[in-house]
Design a binder for this molecule. Structure first.
Ligand SMILES: [Mg+2]
Length: 327
C-alpha cells in the first residue's frame, strides 16, 4: 500500500543544524506527525535499515495513539552532553546546559578525552563525569585507557558507558577496572539477547525511548535487565524528548540524571519553550511544535518523499506486520 497518511497526520520532515558535529552528522533530520493523543516523532538516523527503524516506528505510533502511563515525577534531572569538540569550546557548550552538574563526555582515546575531562573540571569543579566510548575500544585498549584515566583523575567517574562493543569484553573489563560500567548499544543493538544476564556485564542500563520500541517496551526490558536505568535521548527534537521524559517519569525510582538535555546540541528546538534544561532539570509535559519553527526547518521535498518511502517500506514489511500491535 501507499504511505498511510491517515495514520501519520500533519506529517512533516525537518532538518535542523547541529551546534557542533555529533555522531558524524551536522544536521538532524527527523519526521513528526500527529495521532489521537498528540504529536509524535519518528527519527531513526538515516543510515538505519528497515529492521532497526521498525522498532522506532513502534515507539512513535505508541506515542501518537496511546496515553502516557502513571507518572511519578514532574521534572527529570538531566546531564550535560559534551561532544568531542576542541577544548576551547567546552565552556560554551556546558553553558548551554544550565544547572547540570553531571557531564557525559564523548571520548575516543585517553589523550583527547583527558583534555576534555580537564576542561570540564575547570568549568565545573564538582561535576560528576561519565565517559561515553560508544563501543569504540577493544578490551586491551579499554584496559590501557581506563588505567590511564584512573591514574590521572582517580575514580571521579560516575560510570563508563559502553567502553567495548562486545558484551563478553564488557564482562571481562568489569572484573578488572574500578569503575562502574554502563551498557547502551549492547542493549539496543541486541534486543534479542539474554537481558537477564546483563548484570554480569554492567552496573547501569541506558535505555532510549525510540530505539527500544517505546514506553511499554522499555519497561518490559528494564524489568528483565534488573539494573538501575538511565533514560537517554537519540538526539530527538522536543517532541521525542517529551516522550523520553514521560518514560523517565514513569519509573518509580530513578537513581541517575538522564541524558535528555540534548536539544541543547541542536541550533534550535521546534517547541517553545524549548525542551532544554533549566536548573539542571526539564519539566515533563506534552510537546507542541511552533508553526514558524516548522517553516524554518522544513526539509526539501525530495527528503519528504524519501521518508514517505521509508515508512511505507517498513509498514509493508513482514516483520512489522507480524511484530507490531499498531499495524
Ligand atoms: Mg551512549
Amino acid at each position: 500500500m501507499n504511505f498511510p497518511a491517515e495514520i501519520f497526520r500533519d506529517f512533516t520532515v525537518l532538518s535542523i543544524p547541529m551546534k557542533a558535529r555529533f555522531r558524524g552528522i551536522d544536521h538532524r533530520e527527523v519526521a513528526i506527525f500527529q495521532g489521537d493523543v498528540g504529536w509524535s516523532e519518528f527519527s531513526p538516523f538515516v543510515e538505519y535499515g528497515e529492521d532497526e527503524a521498525s522498532t522506532w516506528l513502534n515507539a512513535s505510533l505508541e506515542a501518537a495513539y496511546k496515553p502516557w502511563p502513571a507518572l511519578f515525577r514532574e521534572s527529570i534531572p538531566v546531564n550535560a552532553t559534551l561532544p568531542t569538540v576542541a577544548v576551547e569550546r567546552v565552556p560554551e557548550i556546558l553553558k548551554s546546559f544550565p544547572g547540570c552538574t553531571t557531564v557525559k563526555i564523548k571520548v575516543d582515546d585517553f589523550e583527547s578525552g583527558s583534555e576534555l575531562v580537564e576542561a570540564t573540571l575547570d568549568f565545573l569543579p564538582d561535576a560528576k563525569i561519565r565517559l561515553d566510548v560508544n563501543g569504540g575500544w577493544t578490551l586491551e585498549e579499554a584496559l590501557l585507557h581506563l588505567y590511564d584515566y584512573n591514574l590521572r583523575f582517580g575514580n571521579i567517574f560516575e560510570y563508563i558507558e559502553q567502553p567495548c562493543a562486545s558484551l563478553e569484553d564488557l564482562k571481562k573489563l568489569k572484573r578488572e577496572v574500578p569503575f562502574k560500567i554502563a551498557v547502551d548499544e549492547g542493549i539496543r543493538k541486541n534486543l534479542d539477547a539474554q537481558m537477564e544476564l546483563l548484570d554480569q556485564y554492567a552496573d547501569v542500563a541506558i535505555l532510549k525511548w525510540a530505539p527500544v520500541g517505546g514506553i511499554d517496551a522499555a519497561h518490559h526490558l528494564a524489568s528483565r535487565i534488573g539494573l538501575p536505568v538511565v533514560i537517554s535521548s537519540a538526539l530527538e527534537t522536543g517532541i521525542g524528548i517529551s516522550q523520553s521524559l514521560a518514560l523517565a517519569a514513569s519509573f518509580p525510582t530513578l537513581d541517575y540524571a538522564c541524558g535528555l538535555g540534548t536539544v541543547s546540541l541542536l541550533e534550535s528546538d521546534i517547541c517553545e519553550p524549548a525542551f532544554t534544561p533549566l536548573d539542571g532539570k526539564i519539566q515533563v509535559r506534552r510537546a507542541q511544535p511552533v508553526p514558524a519553527l516548522l517553516s524554518k526547518y522544513r526539509a526539501a521535498p525530495e527528503r519528504v518523499e524519501w521518508w514517505h518511502q521509508r515508512i511505507t517500506q517498513i509498514w509493508n514489511s513482514e516483520s512489522f506486520r507480524e511484530g507490531s500491535e499498531w499495524r
